[in-house]
Design a protein around this ligand. Structure first.
Ligand SMILES: [Zn+2]
Length: 162
């Protein structure tokens, strides 16, 4: 998936969680976007890889693409590190939600992800799509609609009710 689809996936998912859990949507979305971009640190051409080129190269060299940073192990590690250094539940759940949205979107591509790294099992959906294809554009449009819906619903959190 392209970076913009991942960003929108993170926005849609974190807004949905913020609405369901009645948490601050702004913090949740900020963390959700960060979480949605974080796994692709293993790829130097990605949005986050371009921001941290050296770190990205090192991770890619050690683990390759879509392995460790696309695994449950990385999710647990991220959760542990946030608890340790930025103990804030909204921040944590936003970030983890964004990461999970990234995993799910990448599981919809042919390459899949190594969800159970260090096991080499590739996890993907039975039906997959090509990155940048028309179907991805469709998914992008659906995620936009979901984001608008939950964004609108989240207005109530600020006391702006309709
Ligand atoms: Zn990815």
């Amino acid at each position: 998936m392209t970076g913009k689809t991942h960003i929108l996936g993170g926005i849609a998912a974190s807004l949905a969680v913020a609405h369901t859990a009645n948490e601050n949507p702004l913090i949740m979305v900020g963390a959700g976007i960060a979480g949605a971009l974080l796994p692709d640190i293993c790829h130097s051409g990605s949005l986050i890889g371009k921001k941290f080129p050296i770190l990205s190269r090192i991770i890619n060299l050690i683990f390759g693409h879509r392995t460790f940073t696309h695994s449950l192990l990385f999710l647990v590690l991220a959760s542990f590190l946030i608890d340790r250094f930025f103990p804030n539940d909204v921040l944590k759940y936003g970030l983890l939600t964004g990461m999970v949205s990234h995993y799910i979107l990448d599981m919809a591509t042919k390459r899949g992800i190594k969800l159970f790294f260090p096991l080499s099992l590739t996890v993907r959906f039975p039906l997959t799509i090509r990155t940048g294809s028309k179907i991805e554009n469709l998914i992008f449009s659906i995620l936009t609609l979901i984001s608008f819906y939950f964004g609108y619903e989240s207005l109530s959190w600020f006391g702006v009710g309709f």
